[in-house]
Design a protein around this ligand. Structure first.
Ligand SMILES: *Cc1c(COP(=O)(O)O)cnc(C)c1O
Length: 416
C-alpha cells in the first residue's frame, strides 16, 4: 500500500515566506537562502504510526508521509537507508565511551549516506519533469546522483575538483554520468554549475541550494530514533561539510516530536571538521551565525573539504540549540582514527568517519562527553573508496626461498 506525502508547502528558512510545493524550487526567491519542506504532520501521523512502520521496507520511502514525493512511480530506490546502528564496544572502551554506536552509512548504494539525499532530490526532480541534473561534488554526492539519475533514466552532469580521488571519478563514469574536473575546490565547481545550469536546462542540486536533498538526509534522524526504540541518544557526532545531515536530522527531531514519537529532549549535535578546513568550527568559536569562506582548504577527507556552506546559520543554530559543540581535528589524527575503527571494529570507514572517532576521543578527554553518554558516530562513508590511504607495503614471499618463515615471523612484528 502506498502512503501519501503530507507535504503542504516549501518555506524560506530565513524569510518565513511560503511557496507552492508543486513547483521546482532552488533557493528562496526572496533572499537566496535555504528553503525547507513543510508537511501537515497531524495528517501524516494518522498513517505514519509505530504499528504501521513494522510492516514497511527499510528504504527512503518508509517515511513516505514526510517525504517530498507524491507519486509512488517516482519514488526511486536502490535499497538505501535502513543501515545498521552497531554497538562499537571495543572502540568505545578505548575512547572511554562504552555506549558508542556507529550508524554504518557505508552500506548505502554507492557507499555513502549521499544516497539518501540524492535519492530524494532526483526522485522529486523527476516527478516535476526534470530531465538532467548537475552538481558540484567532492565525490560521494556525484556518485549517488549518477546512480539515481541512471535509475530514473535522466542525465547526470557532475563537476569535481581535479584532485578528487580517482575512484569517485571512475564510479561516476561507470554509472553513465558526464564527468567534468575543475581546477579548484568544490565551491569553484559550484560556480561553474551555477553559471551554466539555466542555459542548459540542468537542475542544480548543490548542497542546500534546493529543498529536497535535506529531506532524504532527514531519514537518518527518523532511523536512529526508531532503532533506539523511540528515543534520542545523548550526542550525535557528525562530519560536517555542507551540513545537510545536521539540518535534516534537526528537522526530523522536530517533526518526530510534533507527531508524538519523542519528547522535547534533543541529542547534542556535534560538528566535526578538519583543522585544514574548519569554517563552521571557527564561526562556532567566534560566536557567529555565518561562516566566511575558508581560504586554502586542505584535508584528505573530501566530504568535509567544503570552504563555505550556504546553510551555515542552520547548522550553527542546531549545534547551539542542542547544547552541542563544534570541533576540528588534524588530518594526522583523523587518519590514525580511521585505521583504528577499521582494525578494532571491522568497520572499514572513510576518513570523515575517522575525524568523528578522533573527535569523540578528544571530547571525552575534555569532559564534554561523559562515560555514561550514549553517543552515535555517523559512519557517513565506506573506506573502500579510500584504499589509497592505507599502507600498501607488503612482503612478497618466494616459494621455496630460505627466508619465508623468517619473513612471516618478523614482517609485522612491530605492529601490536
Ligand atoms: C558529503 C560527506 C560528508 C559531509 O556531509 P554534509 O551533510 O554535506 O555535511 C561527510 N562524510 C562523507 C563521507 C561525505 O560524503
Amino acid at each position: 500500500m502506498a502512503f501519501e506525502s503530507a507535504m503542504t508547502s516549501i518555506v524560506g528558512s530565513m524569510s518565513g515566506k511560503s511557496y507552492d510545493p508543486d513547483q521546482l524550487l532552488t533557493v528562496d526567491p526572496e533572499d537566496g537562502k535555504v528553503l525547507l519542506v513543510e508537511y501537515d504532520l497531524e495528517r501524516a501521523a494518522t498513517t505514519l504510526t509505530k504499528e504501521s512502520l513494522q510492516r514497511r521496507a527499510w528504504d527512503l520511502w518508509r517515511y513516505a508521509e514526510v517525504m517530498p514525493v507524491r507519486a509512488e512511480e517516482h519514488r526511486l530506490t536502490l535499497g538505501e537507508g535502513g543501515t545498521p546502528l552497531l554497538h562499537a564496544s571495543r572502540l568505545g572502551a578505548q575512547l572511554g565511551v562504552p555506549n558508542l554506536l556507529v550508524k554504518d552509512e557505508g552500506r548505502n548504494p554507492t557507499g555513502s549516506f549521499k544516497a539518501r539525499g540524492l535519492g530524494a532530490a532526483v526522485s522529486r526532480a523527476r516527478e516535476l519533469g526534470v530531465k538532467a541534473i548537475a552538481l558540484p561534488s567532492a565525490g560521494n554526492a556525484a556518485a549517488a546522483a549518477s546512480a539515481y539519475l541512471a535509475r530514473g533514466g535522466m542525465d547526470a552532469y557532475v563537476f569535481m575538483p581535479e584532485d578528487a580521488p580517482e575512484t569517485f571519478k571512475r564510479e561516476c563514469r561507470a554509472l553513465g554520468a558526464k564527468v567534468f574536473l575543475v581546477d579548484g575546490l568544490i565551491n569553484d565547481a559550484g560556480a561553474i554549475v551555477n553559471a551554466h545550469a539555466a542555459d542548459r536546462g540542468w537542475f542544480d542540486v548543490s548542497t542546500l541550494k534546493e529543498p529536497y536533498r535535506a529531506e532524504g538526509k532527514k531519514t537518518m534522524g527518523y532511523e536512529i530514533v526508531e532503532q533506539l526504540g523511540w528515543r534520542v541518544p545523548e550526542a550525535v557526532i557528525y562530519p560536517t561539510g555542507g551540513g545537510t545531515g545536521i539540518v535534516g536530522m534537526w528537522k526530523a527531531f522536530d517533526e518526530l516530536e510534533q507527531m508524538g514519537f519523542i519528547g522535547s529532549k534533543r541529542p547534542k549535535m556535534v560538528v566535526v571538521q578538519s583543522t585544514g578546513c574548519a569554517p563552521i568550527v571557527k564561526a562556532y568559536e567566534d560566536g557567529e551565525r555565518h561562516a566566511p569562506l575558508w581560504e586554502n582548504a586542505t584535508t584528505i577527507a573530501p566530504g568535509v573539504r567544503v570552504p563555505v556552506a550556504i546553510g551555515d546559520y542552520l547548522i550553527l543554530d542546531a549545534v547551539r540549540a542542542s547544547g552541542g559543540t563544534a570541533i576540528a581535528v588534524t588530518d594526522e589524527d583523523l587518519l590514525a582514527a580511521t585505521q583504528l575503527i577499521s582494525s578494532v571494529e571491522g568497520m572499514h570507514m572513510s576518513p570523515e568517519v575517522g575525524a568523528c572517532v578522533a573527535a569523540t576521543g578528544q571530547l571525552r578527554e575534555s569532559g564534554f562527553l561523559s562515560e555514561s553518554d550514549e553517543v552515535i558516530i555517523f559512519g557517513t562513508g565506506s573506506g573502500l573508496k579510500h584504499v589509497d590511504l592505507v599502507d600498501g607495503d607488503y612482503p612478497v614471499l618466494t616459494p621455496g626461498a630460505g627466508d619465508v618463515a623468517d619473513v612471516i615471523d618478523n614482517w609485522y612484528a612491530n605492529e601490536a
